[in-house]
Ligand binder design. Sequence first.
Ligand code: PPY
Length: 387
Amino acid sequence: MIKIGYLGPKGTYTEKAAEKYFTGIDKEMRAYRTLPELFSAVKSGEIDKAVAPIENSVEGSVNQTLDLLAQEKGVAIQGEIILTIKHALMAKPGVKVNEITKVISHGQALAQCSRFLETFLPDAALVEAVSTAEAAVQIVNSDQPWAVIGNPDIGEIYSLNILEYDIQNCTANRTRFVILGQSGQPITNANKTSILISITDRPGGLYQVLKEFALVNINLTKIESRPAKNKLGNYIFFIDFMGNPADGLVEKCLNRVREMTAEFRILGIYKGAETAYSYSVEKSVLNLEQVREDIDIIDRQIVELLAMRTQLVKIIADLKGAHQKIRDRKREEQILERLTAEARKKGVSPKLIKELYNLLFTHFVGLQKIRRQRGKAYRQVSTKQLP
Ligand SMILES: O=C(O)C(=O)Cc1ccccc1
């Protein structure tokens, strides 16, 4: 039997998420009062898996979960599940809406129902609890006309009356929960990866990292920053993307990112709850504007890559000794052979690659020649200036 921990007590959305994710599995469910307690239980092996809320479509990230993921190195994300959240207002039997003096709930639940609260309970005090069900326990233990916001199951579990259903601001209110386990346990069919990075403070630092993903067409599904907590202005970034480092292209991209970041950690490689963005013929036919925008992005990337290649060619020109020949036909042929094979595999015309690269080779050889002549001229001038 597998032991599954969740942010309790009984009746939370997290419990619902855990029940749904592990449907049909022989399990023992254990409620934890706080997220730090839940994380340490899974880290120590007291439970096999833990389920925690991580982000909401309306209110954004659950910061405490992100901070714990950053702190607890022995805990990894092993899965995810998304639930549609529908909030209800509940109170002890006999309490009417116009009598309520206080509404207690999880911070996200209160925020997600702000419009209802402003309209129907403008004078009620709003108080945060560690979870929706923990708020229900506070109400049960009090004689005051207080109410709780949470999932309607709470009404039955804690013998509360449901005063109003569906009080959330947005109907498309969805929360993503992560399934956590001890680090180092491989997941089958994983197609999504979560990483944490910190970037040294320099212009374009984050751009350089994001560019690596864009260049190999990896779709980022989330990016979130949190203070690094060591110095004002230092941040860590949580990045989720579709892909698995077992794929060579993803691995190479991550290696490059690792090299350019001060801190780099894989938080989990797992099966995503939603399918990745992918290009289908139907989509490109239906949405011409979108495709044109994508082509514009690719064209900009091509220019960006050519700029990078130009820089490298200049470096090579400076590194080459004055007597080393500039044009190396044998190397050009090797490059062409490799690229045309790659092009064939990807459905790109090898003829196009050949023509394009012959043009590029001629251009870059010319560039190196000019650079060498200029270098010579520069050397002559500077020697003449010597006393
Ligand atoms: O408090 C709960 O019930 C939770 O599981 C956390 C939460 C709160 C609000 C929306 C989604 C999850």
